[in-house]
Write a protein that binds this ligand. Sequence first.
Ligand code: AMP
Length: 285
Amino acid sequence: MQIIKTIDELRSIVKGWKKEGLSVGLVPTMGYLHDGHRSLIVRAASENDRVVVSDFVNPTQFGVNEDLDSYPRDIDRDAAVCEAAGADLIFHPELEEMYFKDSCTFVDMDKLTKGLCGKTRPTHFRGVCTVVSKLFLIVAPDRAYFGQKDAQQLAVIRRMVRDLNFDIEIVGCPIVREEDGLAMSSRNTYLNKEERKAALILHESLMLGKEMMEQGERDAAKIQSAIVHKIETEPLARIDYVELVEAENLENVAVMEGRILTAIAVYIGKTRLIDNTIYQFSQPG
Ligand code: AMP
């Protein structure tokens, strides 16, 4: 497995693969890889002849007071994870390779990016859409793999690919969790012991919402309020949002039917964590 730092070199390797008729899967990441990332790489390796993992902490998706500088990084460890999971190449560019100093072109989106995480992170999805578009144009993969963990991101990327006619299949992959239910995240490393325990409230509150849906509750406000109350029982938790939305267009629902995404963002101490579940109602309400 190779670690490639320049766009030119990456393009020439991928061109060689394409000439041989090989299919290419891309797994975009910000590094500090865990089993959630690993599941995406393993899936990509099972569905493509070659797999590229991008490992780049993308500054344009961080807000001014966010954790860009402290975001964990460890390329040697990442390389070992990628190799074991079946990746062929890591694309690990420097900032200057990805962005010209005077870069002024961005990919942005209305609607899907305004709610949920977009409320507290108003420039986040512009950064995500821009870097993912660049990676799509640089790598030109047949398929790209994203985690359901970032449900809004996945919906946004699907819409961007549709709207801009990228000829790339987007594959959504299930959330990988720790044994006790906490969704894996590079940001979990920020949690101290007490916070790590408190962070379980995210999964627990989502499970409560899911149970209510399984028991036939269709009133979104009731479920939202039950989840809020559950999270409020944890003193270290502060809610950013708890929302029930239609899973594809991310629009609010009052009476639930079809695929419903319950998405939450909660600060545990200073660390902002997100989690979600999707529930499929089999019949109209
Ligand atoms: P990140 O490095 O956090 O930008 O994540 C890179 C990709 O890995 C994104 O598509 C995430 O949705 C996905 N991912 C992160 N955590 C998980 C997880 N626990 N389970 C599945 N996918 C994940």
